[in-house]
Write a protein that binds this ligand. Sequence first.
Ligand code: AMP
Length: 218
Amino acid sequence: MPTHIIIFGPPGSGKGTFSGRLTNIFPQFEHISTGDIFRENLKNETPLGKKAKEYMEKGELVPNSLTNDLVKDKLEQIEEKSWILDGYPRNMNQVEFLDKHAKIDLFLLLEVPRDVIKKRILGRFSCPECGEIYNKYTLQPEKKIGNEKWICDKCGAEIEFRQRSDDSEETLNNRLDVYEENAEPIIQHYKEKDKLKKIDAEDTLELTEKELKDILEI
Ligand code: AMP
């Protein structure tokens, strides 16, 4: 039976990094990130990207009508597989939609203090070639070649620090407010279904394979 996991937490709690680590170690899981899908569409200026742009730039949620269909299509494409869903659901409408289309085995809540989140998000950047994620405060590439310039550890491309367009301080505050407004009933929903597991996510990169297996119950 495929396993279906939701990774939930505030922006900057490390959902993407944690999911990436899980899928590296457990390749049977497909990683679906609605934020990545929207960013890809924005970059390629697709019709979906054009519709999502104004919301993303303000740190607001893209309307459910667009987001739900996108997730449904994606889940239909990988029906028989195990997956990790990151960045969805973000409100109760999305929770109800997801309940209709998938069986959820585990809801992982990543918990991180607010000051740590701010450093993580405002320092975050990625390799323009391969997408590897770094942080200028906590996770710089090994080889520095200038002021805020490095060589990507993974693919060797030159990288200059550039904040993600939805990572400004103002957008971040708005995203944190949006998260807090919506999070409580979502967490409660999965708690009542006995699917909730809380993770201290300050150092998820330190977790061993055995600890990750225990978390995923696989
Ligand atoms: P993320 O990287 O997950 O924080 O997503 C970046 C942006 O994409 C968010 O600020 C939203 O504008 C949009 N987005 C991602 N996931 C969702 C979702 N489930 N519902 C609505 N908007 C979303």
